[in-house]
Design a protein around this ligand. Sequence first.
Ligand code: FAD
Length: 510
Amino acid sequence: MPTVREHYDFAIIGMGIGGLTLGALLARHGKKVVILEQHEVPGGYGHSFHQGGFSFCAELHYVWDCGPGERVYQMLRKLDLEDQVTFTRLNPDGFDRIVGPGVDYTIGSGFDREQRRLAERFPEHAGGLARYFSIVSTIHRQLYDLPIGFDWRTVFGHPRRYSHIIKYIRWTLQDLFDQLDFPLALRLILAGQSAIFWMPPRDLSLLVQAGGVGSYDQGAYYPAQSFLHVMKSLLRRVREQPGCLAKLKTEVTGIEVAGKHCRAVMTAAGERFTADQFLFDADAQLSLDLIGREHFPAHFLRKLQYEYGPSVVSVYLGLQDLDLRQYGFGDHNIFWHPDVDLNRVYDEQLADRIPERPYFFCNSPTLRPHDASLAPPGGSQLVLVAPCRYEFFKQLRQRGEDLYQQAKQQYADAILGVVESEFVPGLSRHIVQRVVGSPLTNEHFVRAPHGNCYSTPLDPRHVNLNRLNYKSPFPNLYYVGASSCLPGFATIIHFACMLYERLTGDRVYK
Ligand SMILES: Cc1cc2nc3c(=O)[nH]c(=O)nc-3n(C[C@H](O)[C@H](O)[C@H](O)COP(=O)(O)OP(=O)(O)OC[C@H]3O[C@@H](n4cnc5c(N)ncnc54)[C@H](O)[C@@H]3O)c2cc1C
């Protein structure tokens, strides 16, 4: 018999950034909240882990919308956390360095400035660049204006307000590049931040490109303490509220349904929590297993039949006695490409083998503002991430644990080989901690099916007006998180705030 716990206003499944934001806001609003997380630490992809005196954030590198008055700030202010959880802006003159054959370009803030700089470099494309930045900034502005739960009625009901969303909803980034006849080097620069989407121009939704690069253009940020501090602060807001409960190491194994409504969550430890409303922060397809497919109408099952996007190999290095600044590192990110053709880069990377010279994205969190938790005295961090295919690692593990472990390390060696040859000769001599994560690591620790980074692929087949939003077929169950809005720290916080406003009638945004 399950142990029956108290009744709650809200039961939240998962402590990713979406679950934590809603949990903190609802608890602060006086709601009785229970929030359950299967992992031993909060944060989902934004969690941190410790190794040999270093604290590495799993999968958050830099974020947007965190400046004074911006959306993340407004959420923090609502929670009285705006003085405790602060963010520092990365250098607006250059925060993303794109490196590839014949290309070394550092992107900074200000589309006007970027347009000018690029037009000097590619004068024959000055007109095309003006058009590119005009389209991207208009799409970006219109996306920011969309309400929660928007669908085709919202958009087509306001054809002027959402003109560019309507026009470009089916476009890939490459469609625009082709129309403007941009050369490969210019395409590489403009799409060089593809590691924030893990999609090449051929597949990437133009809307997603505009949303992402437009947001970073307005300010790229990093927490002044650490992402761990952000997650812990949100969790504290739940824990300190009388009548609320936050439990780690608590896997939800079932959601009970009575008639058309959800009634209770069951945990692996045999507990049962009843609640009026339920918020689901795990990948939405997992709700099928927890609730039972038979409870979902056919049209909604189709909505949940999305594919998963690429996964990554992540390499976390703890270094000693090395000043990365001397090798061109700073507070910016570096995106390194073995080929100027980004479509070819992804073809090679997502094939079922370890690339000889893998494409990767990297940064050094210790060269950004941080608290002492990130590294021991004299130590520094270097974190490198490369896209890969889940199935490659999955099949290796099915063939044998040794084969899988070996491949993971070989993949990391290949990435480090490039770092040594291109950026930091002798890097290996300074490595005192080395942790390698694969798609199966993501699957294990944050229950990301297929180790997916961003839920669905961010292509026009998945990012369109039929995309899943917060609504489920159950009137008291809502989806939050990457699969029901779009991925990313600030995006998910924004959707969580809008959902909070809808559920409570209370305001986060002035
Ligand atoms: C490689 C990589 C790099 C990224 N870089 C950035 C970046 O630089 N900036 C940025 O803004 N975004 C970045 N992202 C995206 C961002 O990390 C995610 O979109 C975001 O953190 C997802 O939050 P979420 O709320 O959807 O929940 P998730 O992080 O997916 O968390 C869901 C939580 O639910 C829990 N859970 C699942 N099933 C159960 C269950 N049955 N019972 C209890 N708990 C359960 C999981 O353990 C997990 O903690 C990156 C992602 C990846 C993979």
